[in-house]
Design a protein around this ligand. Structure first.
Ligand code: SAM
Length: 225
């Protein structure tokens, strides 16, 4: 009971702060706190944000990379227009969306962000598996678009498949750290993985990704067909 009360107070605090400071979501404070601690953004950086709606992280990224920076957000849900930010409506697990992202970005990114979350089923194992599935697509985006020495910040719901995901990240980055910012709810199973020093060793042939009418392997929610 006490834990729930603390959780609600915490939620309320960041909710009010977001309203007061004109941020689109409480999540803005998570990426601010992560950036303050891990130095993710630099002026002029190019940033890709996956799972960007309603746009709280986009606002913070844009503020921190400044006028000369480039920010693009992708989400299944529409994102209200934001000055200086490009958005793509689509599912990142869909090849068409991946192609759109590569085409509109037109170059390599300094930072890949992913705050993607599956629809919560309420069953711990299912939510974890779906979250890992989305994370692997975010890792794929890094392989395709991240510059050498680039950085990645990614949300994951903790569970028994996490060590496999971490190993995939350790193959690709010089440093991989797990962190829970103060703005995350104390009772949440979400953590953020901060990876730095992208090695750009993974050879990715961009050609096999062709636009497809239908996805074959997974549903939008990440369920195996
Ligand atoms: N970072 C955002 C902000 O600050 O406003 C909040 C992101 S919200 C926690 C998670 C988002 O992930 C949802 O908007 C959801 O639509 C998106 N998402 C989930 N699966 C996705 C997918 N396959 N492709 C693109 N976006 C996805």
């Amino acid at each position: 009971m006490h834990e729930r009360w603390l959780d609600e107070r915490h939620h309320e605090h960041y909710y009010k702060l977001a309203k007061k400071l004109d941020y689109r979501s409480r999540a803005s404070f998570k990426i601010m706190q992560i950036d303050d601690r891990f130095n993710i953004f630099k002026e002029g950086d190019s940033v890709v944000d996956l799972g960007a709606a309603p746009g709280g992280w986009l606002q913070v990224a844009k503020e921190r990379v400044g006028e000369s920076g480039k920010v693009i957000g992708v989400d299944l849900r529409p994102i209200k227009p934001m000055e200086g930010v490009t958005t793509i409506l689509g599912d990142i697990t869909d090849d068409n969306t991946m192609l759109k992202l590569l085409e509109s970005f037109g170059g390599k990114a300094d930072v890949v962000l992913s705050d993607m979350a599956p629809n919560i089923a309420g069953a711990y194992a299912t939510d974890h598996a779906r979250s890992i599935h989305l994370c692997m697509f975010a890792v794929d985006v890094c392989d395709r678009i991240l510059k050498k020495d680039g950085k990645m910040v990614m949300k994951v719901f903790m569970g028994d498949m996490f060590p496999q995901l971490k190993r995939e990240l350790e193959k690709r980055f010089q440093s991989v750290k797990v962190h829970s910012p103060d703005a995350s709810r104390p009772t949440s199973s979400e953590v953020y993985v901060i990876s730095k020093g992208f090695l750009a060793k993974t050879v990715v042939d961009l050609k096999p990704i062709e636009p497809q009418e239908k996805k074959k392997e997974f549903t939008k929610k990440g369920d195996l067909l």
